[in-house]
Write a protein that binds this ligand. Structure first.
Ligand code: AMP
Length: 425
């Protein structure tokens, strides 16, 4: 089904460059007509499935259908949990609104001076993309009114409905008209937040796009058993031996991000930390350098786990395991995007083995533990799983002839073949 059948005006269709948007993705096919009808929508779709455009396109269409008011009023409010996602959604809005007349799209987030954002909101805006805390600051300062909002979008909705944002979200909801359209988008809706979602939505259309064969992200998942103190060395070894060009590494704490990055830099690898304690200028710089391949490794907390769209990111490493299976989904979803294959490697130490098994259970996966030569753990903690020696290959999957077969130790010929391939992706 082409985009032209979805009820979008020609100016929006013109903005959909065929090389970037050849045809609607399943979430777009289902969500766009529903949003245009004005009904509430709860959409679960995998990361990288085209979720952003699935709400941005109909939002822009709905705004264009409204009579122009003077003064301008905020019609659509998009809430996101991180500053980077705010910028990314703002970019998508602007690129898809490029042929529309005089629409004002304003993006606001914390960590930077509030004054330019107050100036930016003078005369209001048609669409505001915001992180919750800064939005409330701006409302407190009378920089904007939310009393005319007709459509509220929660991107990464489960995160926004979760405890960390609950108070801010409740405060924002009180500022919005009771009658409005609510759109909830996320890759995951854990049961704990579903009741909160239900309370927010009125007769919603629930759209659940299941992974489809051939269109699901192609992410090979690997787990390497390693003693915790050896992980930085293993990371360095894999980075160098596998020829990884760009790696996003997840660590549990801001401090760990700093330490790992410093150790890698000492070893001559261009690495930077990325976490909530860094100034916004630094965060933007790190992300820009990473996207432009000036930076090889970024070590991040879960602040980078959601929504970030870094095209051609071949490898994600869980240096520390994520807290939950939901976080695992979001983390590995940073790779394997837009038709590219990806590799997600998790380091499992003896003391995190039980936690990893829980993640496997919740994800309904079983990933054989691998051991990298020279990094054999002292403690064998999981006799239930075989621990084959195998070399990792960035493109390797269970059936990938280039990466070896799961559990098969590569012989000399395998290694030679792997050495002759172009490194990385
Ligand atoms: P998202 O799920 O919104 O993070 O989108 C992931 C990536 O998919 C982005 O790089 C989009 O540019 C891309 N994308 C969105 N819609 C389409 C489409 N219809 N066809 C191909 N790529 C798309």
């Amino acid at each position: 089904m082409p985009f032209s059948t979805l009820g979008l005006r020609p100016e929006l269709l013109k903005a959909l460059k065929p090389q970037d948007y050849p045809a609607p993705t399943p979430i777009q096919t289902l969500a766009i007509p529903a949003v245009l009808q004005g009904i509430d929508v709860q959409a679960s779709a995998q990361t990288g499935s085209g979720k952003t455009a699935a709400y941005v396109l109909p939002l822009l269409e709905l705004i264009m259908r409204l009579p122009r008011t003077a003064p301008r009023r905020v019609h659509s409010l998009v809430l996101v949990p991180t500053r980077e996602l705010a910028v990314q959604v703002g970019d998508t809005l602007r690129s898809l609104a490029v042929h529309l007349p005089a629409l004002k799209i304003t993006v606001v987030f914390g960590g930077v001076s509030v004054n330019p954002q107050m100036m930016g909101l003078r005369g209001s805006a048609d669409v505001v993309v915001a992180t919750p805390g800064r939005l409330l600051d701006l409302v407190d300062k009378n920089a904007l009114s939310l009393s005319a909002v007709q459509t509220l979008v929660l991107d990464e909705a489960d995160k926004l409905l979760d405890l960390g944002f609950q108070d801010e979200l409740q405060a924002i909801l009180k500022l919005l008209p009771a009658r409005r359209q609510n759109l909830l988008f996320s890759a995951t809706f854990p049961p704990a937040v579903q009741s909160l979602a239900d309370a927010l939505l009125t007769d919603p259309l629930r759209v659940d796009v299941l992974p489809q064969i051939g269109t699901a992200p192609d992410i090979a998942q690997r787990a390497i058993s390693v003693e915790a103190p050896q992980r930085t060395q293993l990371l360095r070894h894999l980075f160098q031996s596998q020829g990884w060009k760009r790696v996003l590494v997840f660590a549990a704490t801001q401090h760990a991000c700093q330490i790992i990055a410093a150790k890698l830099r000492k070893a001559g690898i261009n690495a930077e930390p990325f976490h909530g304690q860094l100034g916004q200028g630094k965060r933007s710089q790190v992300l820009a350098d990473f996207k432009a391949s000036r930076l090889k490794v970024v070590i991040a907390t879960d602040v980078a786990a959601r929504g970030l769209d870094i095209s051609e990111l071949p490898v994600v490493v869980n240096f520390d395991l994520p807290r939950s299976a939901v976080d695992y989904t979001h983390r590995i979803g940073r790779t394997g995007r837009a038709g590219h294959s990806g590799l997600a490697v998790s380091f499992v130490s003896p003391d995190t083995e039980a936690h990893w098994r829980l993640i496997e259970k919740r994800q309904n996966i079983s990933v054989p533990r691998e051991i990298e030569a020279g990094f054999e753990p002292q403690t064998v903690s999981n006799p239930a799983h075989p621990q084959p020696k195998s070399l990792l290959h960035p493109q390797g999957t269970a059936h990938d002839p280039r990466g070896g077969i799961k559990g098969k130790r590569p012989n000399k010929k395998d290694k030679l073949r792997m050495a002759q391939q172009p490194s990385g992706q």
